[in-house]
Design a protein around this ligand. Structure first.
Ligand code: ADP
Length: 481
């Protein structure tokens, strides 16, 4: 059984007698010694868990001898100050000076409950100290790893001050920048950048730095041992990718443009034929031309998707960010897809959690993602239902989660990791649904990443699928970075 050791440091015999009587019992040991260095040493040898320090006749503003206690080796024990009944000021000052509680003399009440409370406070404090040490060690390790990176990494305070930079960042911006404002040092700006001012949790952005190279940055929130929020940002050099992607982009842009022109001509002549402007059509002829019209429509969609994918995947687009309610976005998607779901006999349900915080996002792009997920659900579900749910997760300073769940054909386990790749389609689905180029999920994931979020899937073949996206919730203008 754990024995709790209580040490009284003082010279009031009456108090010693009272405490000795009250603190008798299993699991308790009591000692008394003078309130001097020698007495403190005895308390150390006694292995005291809590100290009762008698202020004796010292004036009210006399401080607890924290330094002496520390030197004697009594810095971890909670201190309860014992004082004369009228010394209210002394009690207040002692609490401000580090005591966890106080007791007035003569001791009429049972001192045990207050001593147990002090022991609890001491135990809690030790746990907090331990956690803080773990946080400090972890932060040191993170810095140690980041220091060796060839790409820039830095840590900033909530006031946008640079607290730390690795070697690679110093090579770009110069040494001795600690304490400066990051937006000023990195981008010559006088005001914080949009992404920092508006996002509290993790974020992603691209930037061209002073060395002329382009980087993709990812930032995450860290807490230091004082509980302050710091933001860690790590860049990846994407200059070579950008050069390759420039070639792809130009190629796709040219091909898409070249396809659009003949397609417009096909549409025009199909309309002429269907309108009977080139003569009456037989029923068969009208049917054949209708097939051409529908195929042309699909080709149009494909080209538009290809152009959009080209822009998004090469980062050549701007998000129009605003503070927006998720329920509004979900409602837009519901209106857009409701009849399509009804045509297939699929019940579409929407459920938004009460009090859901808004997000700082590009409304039409997030609607595009949810519509794409819900569109897929309709495409790959024969019967049953499609549910769109929005809720909150307190992780990383708060995130909004939107889930699109269906009772459709599901995705085979071996394909689940690949469906987000560009042009990937599950082989068996190509028979099930002809339409589709395998672009939607790749585009969607990129859009969600650009919002500092994540898009992932769960599925069971034959049972259904659930796609989830999470983006940081908006915390208000005064949010820390
Ligand atoms: P597509 O335009 O072909 O639908 P996506 O990128 O949106 O392209 O989807 C890629 C593939 O992932 C689809 O072709 C399909 O095989 C699979 N998939 C996506 N969503 C679902 C779903 N809800 N249920 C079953 N399979 C799905």
């Amino acid at each position: 059984m754990k024995v709790y050791r209580i040490a009284y440091l003082g010279s009031d015999n009456e108090a010693v007698l009272g405490l000795e009587t009250a603190l008798k019992g299993d699991g308790l040991q009591f000692m008394s010694a003078g309130a001097d260095y020698q007495g403190m040493q005895q308390a150390v040898d006694f292995n005291a868990d809590v100290l009762l320090w008698d202020k004796e006749n010292l004036p009210p503003d006399a401080a607890i001898p924290v330094e002496e206690l520390r030197k004697a080796g009594l810095s971890r024990q909670p201190i309860v100050v014992v004082l004369a009944a009228d010394d209210i000021e002394g009690a207040v000052k002692s609490l401000a000076g580090g005591a966890v509680d106080f007791m007035f003399k003569p001791m009429r009440e049972d001192p045990l409950p207050r001593i147990i409370a002090a022991l609890n406070t001491g135990a809690k404090q030790r746990r907090i100290d331990w956690c803080n040490r773990v946080i400090e060690d972890t932060n040191d390790q993170v810095r140690g790893i980041l220091a060796t990176l060839a790409d820039p990494a830095y840590i900033v305070s909530p006031e946008y001050q640079i607290l730390w930079m690795n070697r690679a960042a110093e090579e770009i911006f110069g040494e001795g920048q600690r304490g400066g404002a990051c937006h000023h040092i990195f981008y010559d700006r006088t005001e914080p950048c949009e992404v920092c001012a508006k996002t509290r949790g993790s974020a992603r952005w691209r930037a061209t730095l002073k060395n002329g190279k382009s980087y993709r940055f990812i930032s995450a929130v860290m807490r230091n041992s004082r509980g302050e929020v710091e933001k860690l940002a790590v860049g990846t050099d994407i200059t070579p990718d950008q050069e390759v992607s420039k070639i792809h982009k130009t190629f796709i842009a040219n091909v898409s443009h070249d396809l659009r022109t003949p397609l417009a001509a096909i549409d025009q002549y199909v309309s002429i034929l269907l309108d009977g402007l080139a003569g009456e059509l037989t029923e068969d002829q009208a049917n054949y031309i209708d097939v051409i019209r529908r195929s042309s429509f699909r080709l149009h969609n494909l080209i538009e998707n290809l152009i959009d994918a080209n822009k998004i995947l090469s980062g050549d687009y701007k998000l129009t960010m605003e503070v927006v309610e998720v329920s509004d976005i979900v409602a837009v998607v519901h209106d857009r897809l409701q009849s399509q779901a009804a045509d297939k006999g699929i019940t579409m349900q929407v459920q938004v959690a009460d009090g859901l915080p808004p997000v700082y996002a590009d409304k039409s792009r997030i609607a595009q993602v949810i519509a794409n997920l819900a569109g897929n659900s309709i495409k790959f579900t024969e019967q049953g239902m499609l549910q769109i749910r929005a809720g909150f997760m307190p992780r990383d300073e708060g995130r909004v989660i939107v889930s699109v769940e269906d009772t459709g054909i599901g995705v085979p386990k071996e394909d689940l990791g690949k469906i987000f790749d560009l042009f990937y389609r599950v082989e068996k689905d190509k028979v099930y649904v002809e339409e589709g180029a395998g672009l939607g999920l790749a585009i969607s994931r990129e859009i969600i990443r650009a919002h500092g979020g994540t898009l992932w899937a769960e599925s069971m073949e034959g049972m259904g699928s659930a796609f989830h996206l999470s983006i940081p919730s908006y915390q208000g203008q005064a949010a820390v970075r």
